[in-house]
Write a protein that binds this ligand. Structure first.
Ligand SMILES: Cc1cc2nc3c(=O)[nH]c(=O)nc-3n(C[C@H](O)[C@H](O)[C@H](O)COP(=O)(O)O)c2cc1C
Ligand code: SF4
Length: 444
């Protein structure tokens, strides 16, 4: 279907992707506590490579241990991690699929900190307002070290033969904590006016370019609008899309090859991933966070009370608004008008017609998809067959999201399966092949 916008190759400065559908950043707690990768993560990524996406953008990959969001995600904090990423890239490439690694630092938004560090680092020393995660304000020396850690991460990704890196400057993590007018309360050269708040991110881009050169793909995922007061009504709203339009222009000048448009000053956020807040399901796993932040217990008790759960669900859907598929397209269009590099838009995409329309209208050059691909790994094959969408679509219930704290990532929407047993079997299929299976021992 060469005339179909969905299947036209996407040309970045240093990289060509075979179609316009990227798997957005998502993975479960599939790796070892120390950040070494496992066969399970390889199995996870192969589900999507096999399903026909043009590229996979990995889930967050911490550049150092203090920057972890949760343990049990593979890291890129030292050279000994390179062989794992090389093997993962090699396996994904067998399906003519590219692999872009997301370099990340949680800052204060650490869901589960782990045993090594009591507190996260941030632009501020004010705790994160939703869960009460505590943090330390970064010194200039700590900022400098973190810049070097990002550059080293990019160098390792390149040495591993991966196709590029993405900076996770979205969804409330460390870069957002610097960019945000609502969070960054510094009075030194990294706070105050927008240019100063963007300085840390721009220094990282410069350091990466110095480390890996101009010919390695580098993209940035950014929250275009922060909606910082969506759930915490007493907080200021944070950056607007106009602020972000300025930031992406600076990023382009600094040598960034693409922008990936997201939203929200926290994760999760009513607008990201867009959908429901499944309070009944969330209460089963939120207990894991009780000791992570000072508000954990209060949130847990609120979730357990029928009135509290209903109030949370109401506030969530009110802040989200009505649109789910293409929720970020208005922001994406403004960003696309401001830059010449390709723009990728995330948020709710699930039908060929909506994606085609978004590309034809000039709102984005490609889309990234997470949950609808978890629900239907072969969504791109469905589009290739000429269908507009899957027979059993993702319902945007967000049960996958809340389960990831304690359970294997997969689709937890029972109504999409013949039976609960079928749902569990599909979730557990990520453990096949097992690390010590005969097929693997034989090199299969
Ligand atoms: C369980 C889960 C984990 C996620 N992890 C990441 C992540 O590590 N990095 C990131 O940038 N986005 C992450 N996201 C956001 C997705 O990549 C995506 O941008 C968002 O879910 C909207 O796309 P969708 O509607 O296609 O799911 C995650 C989403 C979910 C549901
Ligand atoms: S649990 Fe399944 S249906 Fe619900 S949002 Fe996640 S992938 Fe979609």
């Amino acid at each position: 279907m060469p005339e179909d916008a969905l299947f036209e190759p996407l040309r970045f400065r240093n990289l060509i992707v075979k179609n316009r559908i990227l798997r957005s950043n998502i993975s479960g707690r599939f790796d070892n506590y120390d950040g070494s990768g496992t066969q399970t993560r390889i199995n996870w990524e192969l589900k999507f490579a096999r399903g026909g996406v043009g590229a996979i953008v990995s889930s967050f990959v911490p550049v150092n241990i203090r920057g972890r969001i949760m343990p049990n995600y593979a890291t890129i904090d030292r050279d000994e991690r390179i062989p794992f990423w090389r093997e993962l890239g090699r396996r994904v490439h067998e399906f003519d699929c590219k692999f872009i690694l997301q370099l990340s630092h949680a800052g204060r938004q650490r869901d589960i900190g782990g045993i090594e560090f009591e507190k996260g680092l941030s632009s501020t020393d004010r705790p994160e307002p939703l869960n009460g995660f505590e943090c330390e304000r970064m010194t200039e020396e700590q900022i400098g070290q973190t810049v070097r850690d990002f550059a080293a991460g990019a160098r390792r990704a390149r040495q591993a033969g991966l196709d590029g890196v993405e900076l996770h400057a979205a969804n409330g993590y460390l870069f957002t904590q610097f960019l945000s007018s609502a969070i960054n309360d510094r009075t030194d050269g990294y706070g105050g006016p927008l240019r100063a708040r963007a300085r840390f991110l721009l220094e990282v881009v410069e350091a990466i370019r110095n480390e890996v050169g101009r010919d390695f793909h580098l993209q940035v995922k950014i929250s275009a609008t922060e909606y910082n007061n969506a759930m915490t009504l007493f907080e200021p709203p944070g950056n607007t899309v106009d602020d972000t339009v300025q930031v992406v222009q600076w990023l382009q000048e600094a040598g960034v090859d693409a922008i990936h448009v997201s939203t929200g000053s926290s994760f999760p956020h009513p607008r990201n991933p867009p959908g429901d807040f499944p309070a009944q399901e969330a209460v089963k796993t939120y207990d894991t966070l009780i000791s992570s932040g000072s508000r954990g217990l209060a949130n847990y008790l609120a979730l357990r009370s029928p009135g509290g759960a209903k109030l949370l669900e109401f506030m969530w859907s009110r802040a989200r608004g009505d649109r789910i598929e293409g929720i970020n397209l208005d922001d994406s269009r403004k960003i696309k008008q401001a830059v010449s590099v390709p723009v990728i838009c995330t948020g709710g995409f699930q039908t060929a017609s909506a994606i085609r329309q978004a590309i034809r209208d000039g709102a984005c050059d490609a889309v990234s998809i997470a949950r609808p691909l978890v629900a239907n790994n072969d969504l791109v094959r469905t589009f290739e067959a000429g269908l507009d969408g899957p027979a059993r679509p993702c319902t945007y219930c967000n049960k996958c999201l809340v389960n990831v704290l304690e359970n294997p990532l997969g689709c937890y929407e029972e109504s999409r399966f013949e039976s609960r047993e079928a749902m569990i079997a599909e979730i557990l299929s990520v453990y096949q092949p097992a690390p010590f299976s005969e097929a693997l021992a034989a090199g299969g």
